[in-house]
Every structure is written in structure tokens, then in C-alpha cells.
Design a binder for this molecule. Structure first.
Ligand SMILES: [Zn+2]
Length: 488
């Protein structure tokens, strides 16, 4: 992960921050939560709705069981208690994008409670962030405010999209921990295959509850909530800004007001969205149209058996079994596609050099050419073949890099390209040995100059060898031989 972030807290050592997170995870089920509308992004407003998700009177919701399966997986992956019985509640409020005038959520009896997420800190130690609960709920539609006129529109396509809300205790103490917590949680839901984790599209969004207090003070400070920020960087920036704002108020003898604030990333400041002095009364009551969710032991066992390898376990394995550094393992883990690519390539090559070819050459190529890994013609198997061919000395490293480009452009196997283009390394040890001796013999002047201290001339002899072998000689071997004869 990134380097140490200097925090505003460094400037105020008397203060500490307590931060709790509420994360909304949009689930990737095929259909919506209470109807059979596809759970996908539709272009035309209100084109992906039915009487249920549009909240017509007299309609009845039908629970999508896949949502429960996904919630169980999220609960297991976060060490939560999966409650045998949980129930839905109506949360009442009026807003144009919520046509029923209530949201179906879980209030009194959520599906998961008392979990924790272990995050790895900058110094390599781990910290537990405890979870209050994970509950299931439906998303609302969207209000769209016109830029050109004084009108607002309602698009209900998103209404009924299944969500999990993951609520933590205020166990987080710095903006760096906020980032690490969110990245860890996002990896978990991505590895479980229950959420895309795309923050820009709002599939993974976080509300941050921040308060500060003097160290040693028992009761928590008054908290402010930062709403829906769509990138890790913005969340860190907004958290830092909010910590400084609250500390400054307290330092000046003022009081922090409980409010919801919005982050403006252009002006790098937060503004009040609404005051929270009066807690809204949502008049919760149990949803009468949906049965209790009862989770049998058998269902729980099935979910346990279907759990994929989670990011923390993968990280440990990459280091212990594959010999990667923390840094290399971190880069792979953060990108689930790259982690799977490495695993797939490693099935065909156990070379120590594999990771370098992936992180340096493959990732470099993808960035340069703006190609998605999924569309890249350098499949894991092909890259593994290429690395093995270099390791075996069939081609040298510079030729290997060339072959990688040809594979990416032509969709052919490395060996086919090497044969078609005659790229095999030339020269056995004996042949190269003879060539070096010949070059030494015909360049007595340069040999003498080198031996009298002109070290730079070493490159001249290697260059001569490269010409003779048309760049296809084993570079390491050539270097060794040139050194051997020049130092005689
Ligand atoms: Zn529907």
C-alpha cells in the first residue's frame, strides 16, 4: 500500500479521532431484491421497473433468496454471527425517489451481528475493526435535477437493487485506517463475487462518521457524517479536512454540531447537507408482507463449503508458498483479476521471475496500450511459457520482451513466434567462447587499453558480440566470457 500519510492528527497530539463506517455494498444478483426485474444498469429512465419496484399499492414483495446467500457469505467472511432468524422492517420517510414512502430494510433483527474485519497497518501489524451489524435492504431510485431548467425528474431503475449495509463500531483512529478498512472490505466482497466494488458507479459506497475528543476524555465527541464519497483518495482527503475542522472548532472553544456534510473535491472542503440535531423518527415496524428469514444449519454449511479463498489468505499464501514480497503480494491482492492471473500462470511456471514479468512487463504493456487484462492476448499460460523459455535459455531477456509484444499483437504462442521469426538464442557455450576469443584476437589495441584501466571498453566487446550474434546470444553468458578473457 501507499507510503505513510501525514495526518492533521500529527499536529494535534492531544486529540484522538473515533471513526465509524457505514458501507453500502450493491449486490450482483441477476434480479432485484423483491421482484424479477433484471438487476442491471438500464440506459433509459424508468425502463427497468415493474409494479413492485415502482411501489404500486397492492403489490407484494417476493424475497430473492440469492440476496440471503450473499449476505451469509459476507457474514462468514467478516467473522460475524449469522443469526438463525432475522426480519425485515419498514423505514418510513417521504422522498420522491421512494414511491412506497418506506424502504424495506432490517432494523431490529439484522441477518449478521458482531463480526470484525482485520486490517493490516503500515507497520505490518493487524488491527481488528469490529462490526455492529450487516443487514439487507433495498436501494431507492434516483432524483435527477436538470441543469437546463427548473425541473427535477425521478428515475426508478435503481429502486429495488439489493444492498448490504455493513456498519462498524467507531474503532478507526486515522484517515489511513479508513482507507485500509475500505480497501480490505472491498477486496472481501469482490473475492466473494457478490459486488463489483466499483466506487465510481456507486456499487461500493461509504458514509464516514467522524468525531474527535481530547485524549483521556471518556465520552465520544459529537460526530459528523460524510456522505457517499466515490474514491479512496477523496475519502482520505475529506476525513483529514473534517478532523481539522472539528479540532479547530474545539480549540477555539466552540462546539461541534451534529450534521451530515458533503465533500466538494474541487474546492477541497465540506459543506453542511443537513443538521442532525433532531433524530429522524422513521416509525420502524416489521414488514408484514415478508416472512422471517430462517437460516438452517444445512444452508450455513453449504455456504461455508462454497467460500472462495479470501484476500488475507491469498496474501499469506503468495508470501509463504510463492516467495513474493509483501509489496508484490499487496499489488496482486488489490487487483483481483491480477491475483487470479498470477495463480493461473503459476500453474504452468514456478519460476521466481514470473512475478517480475507480470508486474513489470505485462502490467506495463496493459497501461501503455490501455488494454484490459481480460482482453489481453497474453494469457496466463502463454506468459508462463515465455518465462520458462527465458529461464531455459532458449531466448534471452530482451528477446523475451519482444516476444511478449508479438504475442499481445498476434494472438500466437511464444514458441510459434520464436520459430517463425528465428529468435532462438544462438551459440552454445563453446561457440560463444570461440567468438569471444576471436574478438579479443582482432582488437589488440582495445584489449591493451582495457587492461591498462579503461573499464568503459568492456561495453565495446559486449557490443561486438551482440553484433556477431545478432542480439540473440545469452547476455549473461557473453558478459561472463568477455570478463574471463579480458581479465586473463
Ligand atoms: Zn421490479
Amino acid at each position: 500500500m501507499a507510503d505513510h500519510i501525514t495526518s492533521v492528527l500529527d499536529k494535534y497530539p492531544d486529540y484522538e479521532a473515533t471513526i465509524g463506517m457505514e458501507v453500502h455494498v450493491q449486490l450482483t444478483t441477476n434480479t432485484k431484491i423483491f421482484c424479477s426485474c433484471p438487476n442491471s444498469i438500464a440506459q433509459d429512465p424508468n425502463s427497468n421497473i415493474c409494479p413492485i419496484c415502482a411501489g404500486y399499492p397492492g403489490t407484494l414483495p417476493m424475497l430473492n433468496e440469492k440476496v440471503v446467500d450473499f449476505a451469509i457469505l459476507a457474514g462468514l467472511a467478516t467473522n460475524s454471527t449469522i443469526n438463525a432468524n432475522s426480519a425485515f422492517d419498514r423505514k418510513h420517510y417521504f422522498y420522491p425517489d421512494l414511491p412506497k414512502n418506506f424502504q424495506i430494510t432490517q432494523q431490529a433483527e439484522p441477518i449478521c451481528t458482531d463480526g470484525f474485519v482485520a486490517i493490516r497497518l503500515e507497520d505490518g501489524s493487524t488491527k481488528k475493526v469490529n462490526l455492529i451489524r450487516i443487514h439487507i435492504e433495498e436501494d431507492a431510485g434516483k432524483n435527477i435535477h436538470s441543469n437546463h431548467s427548473n425541473e427535477s425528474f425521478v428515475d426508478l431503475n435503481r429502486a429495488g437493487t439489493p444492498l448490504l449495509e455493513i456498519v462498524s463500531y467507531p474503532d478507526i483512529s486515522t484517515s489511513d485506517e479508513v482507507r485500509r478498512y475500505l480497501k480490505t472490505l472491498r477486496s472481501i466482497v469482490q473475492y466473494l463475487g457478490i459486488c463489483t466494488g466499483n466506487m465510481e458507479e456507486g456499487s461500493f459506497r461509504a458514509d464516514t462518521n467522524i468525531s474527535v475528543r481530547k485524549k483521556g476524555q471518556k465520552e465520544l465527541g459529537t460526530k459528523c457524517e460524510l456522505k457517499n464519497i466515490n474514491s479512496f483518495k477523496f475519502i482520505v482527503d475529506a476525513t483529514e479536512h473534517e478532523l481539522e475542522r472539528q479540532i479547530t472548532i474545539l480549540e477555539e472553544g466552540g462546539k461541534v454540531r451534529s450534521e451530515t456534510r458533503l465533500w466538494n473535491s474541487k474546492e477541497r472542503t465540506t459543506t453542511v447537507m443537513r443538521s442532525k440535531e433532531e433524530t429522524a423518527d422513521y416509525r420502524f415496524f416489521q414488514e408484514p408482507d415478508l416472512p422471517i428469514i430462517h437460516i438452517t444449519t444445512q444452508r450455513l454449511e453449504q455456504a461455508k463449503a462454497s467460500m472462495p479463498e479470501l484476500p488475507a489468505a491469498k496474501f499469506e499464501r503468495f508470501i509463504a508458498e510463492c516467495g513474493l514480497t509483501d509489496y508484490e503480494a499487496d499489488i496482486l491482492i488489490e487487483d483481483i483479476d491480477l491475483a487470479h492471473y498470477f495463480d493461473a500462470a503459476r500453474a504452468h511456471s514456478t519460476s521466481k521471475n514470473l512475478i517480475n514479468w507480470i508486474l513489470r512487463d505485462l502490467v506495463g504493456y496493459l497501461k501503455e496500450e490501455k488494454v484490459e487484462l481480460a482482453n489481453c492476448k497474453v494469457t496466463p499460460e502463454r506468459l508462463a511459457q515465455l518465462v520458462n523459455l527465458v529461464d531455459q535459455g532458449v531466448i534471452n531477456t530482451p528477446t523475451g520482451k519482444e516476444v511478449l509484444m508479438f504475442v499481445a499483437q498476434t494472438d500466437k504462442d511464444p514458441m510459434t513466434i520464436i520459430e517463425e521469426k528465428g529468435l532462438k538464442q544462438i551459440g552454445s557455450v563453446d561457440e560463444l567462447d570461440a567468438m569471444v576469443q576471436e574478438i579479443i584476437a582482432v582488437n589488440p589495441k582495445q584489449v591493451a587499453e582495457y587492461r591498462s584501466g579503461k573499464d568503459k571498453l568492456f561495453g565495446f566487446f559486449v557490443g561486438q558480440m551482440m553484433q556477431k550474434t545478432k542480439g540473440k546470444g545469452n547476455t549473461q553468458l557473453i558478459n561472463d566470457l568477455v570478463k574471463k578473457y579480458l581479465n586473463q
